[in-house]
Write a protein that binds this ligand. Sequence first.
Ligand SMILES: [Zn+2]
Length: 207
Amino acid sequence: MNITEVKTELLDVTLESYQLKLMAGTSGNASVYHKETEAMIITPSSVSYDGMTIEDLVVMKLDGTILEGKHDPSSEWKMHAQVYLDREDISCVLHTHSPFATGFAVCQEGIPVILIEMVPFLGGDVPVAAFGMPGTAELGLEALKVMRDRKGCLLANHGTLAIGTSIRRTFMSSIYLEDAAKIYHIAKNAGDVKVIPEEQIEAMRNS
Ligand SMILES: [Zn+2]
């Protein structure tokens, strides 16, 4: 994909995330690392999602040098950059404050494997990363510590993070993270939650 195609897909996923209420106000942010040009394309800071266009996206280097853009990059750009610096296999990062998942992030309680979709889309259970100061690379470092073989995690007292190799697939990880949190919340209130046994999880990973 060329940069314009990447920008278009990133914007589409960002706006769909907003419409699905995974992000509220101007919270949340999304980025793609375009390996061919060694550039990160990221959503801007404090710009309303309503009416956002690809011209509002910021193109920058991982060291913070701005290459293109009329706005400041997301205040969480260091978290995104840290993921790309540490994980060459990852090219998309999506950060939301989706309400059910963030509720568990506030309780610093992970989500066990309760639904089959969690295996392909999240890599298993959803762990909680230790609290990191907003706007710092530490936030990315803490998330990576718990996401070695996972595609999503909770950021303590903050929100969610999903990582992946395609924008659409990373978006699906964010959707299933919120879905798992919502259903886990309902199940906890409905009765005694039963998790999927490790043996079955392993069989699904290998199937
Ligand atoms: Zn945030």
